[in-house]
Design a protein around this ligand. Structure first.
Ligand code: DX5
Ligand code: ZN
Length: 228
């Protein structure tokens, strides 16, 4: 059964497996699930839209088999329409595409929903906010990149906050506003204050110095809740 974004608590914490130990992926996922993660963020990169390469549907399918968490698939690829069916079949619950590479976001979001998934739209910090605004009535989530997509471990860009506030003003009840990139203890409060309710965190969870993922997730949740 598909998991629904709307049913997740607010705030919600989404560990990004990009920062996990891929040689022990099932263990890493089990640890964040036991540690209270609300959903799991999976970064798909194609070496074209972004310079990096990561995972595809085969890995999503294996992840699906080892967790009950909602799978939040972030497509950083040039031709998302070619791959949404494969990701849906692999067990994605939510599929987010970049506005920069999609001329008709409404149509793509509709196709994602037809495949039984919820649909998200995202932009880089310099991306086309107008296209996001037009797409808002047709999506379940807006993901605001707070770094330039491509790599984990980058610093949060506070200059995105004004755009996050704008997007927050466009959303209706039930839609989610997610932030991705540089989310950690020091940046979570300002993102929450701007309206973010769903927090992607790679480094801040999987590379926390004490390796206590549950503690890291709980701290992010506490800081996020304080700002809401
Ligand atoms: C980067 C990815 C992010 C990444 C965030 O393009 O979209 O999801 O994992 O990593 P941190 O939390 O380390 O900034
Ligand atoms: Zn991401």
């Amino acid at each position: 059964m598909r998991r629904s974004l709307a049913q997740l608590p607010r705030p919600a914490i989404a560990p990004s497996i990009l920062a996990s130990d891929f040689a022990h992926l099932a263990d890493e996922i089990a640890r964040v699930e036991a540690g209270g993660a609300d959903l799991l963020h999976l970064d798909v990169m194609d070496g074209h839209f972004v310079p990096n390469l990561t995972i595809g549907p085969a890995v999503v399918e294996k992840v699906r088999a080892v967790t009950d968490l909602l799978l939040d698939v972030h497509l950083m690829i040039e031709e998302p329409a070619r791959y949404i069916q494969a990701f849906a079949a692999a067990g994605a619950d939510s599929i987010t595409f970049h506005a920069e590479v999609v001329s008709d976001p409404e149509a793509l979001a509709a196709r994602i929903r037809e495949l039984g998934c919820t649909a998200g739209i995202t932009i880089n910090p310099d991306g086309p906010l107008d296209r996001v605004r037009e797409a808002v009535p047709h999506v379940d989530m807006v993901l605001m990149m707070t770094i330039f997509a491509g790599f984990g471990g980058q610093a949060f860009m506070p200059e995105v906050l004004p755009n996050i506030r704008k997007v927050k003003g466009w959303l209706r009840e039930g839609q989610r506003l997610e932030a991705d990139g540089g989310v950690q203890a020091s940046t979570t409060p300002m993102a929450a204050e701007a309206g973010v309710d769903t927090f992607v965190a790679g480094t801040a969870v999987f590379r926390t110095p004490d390796h206590d993922y549950g503690r890291a997730i709980a701290e992010l949740r506490r800081l996020a809740a304080g700002g809401l």
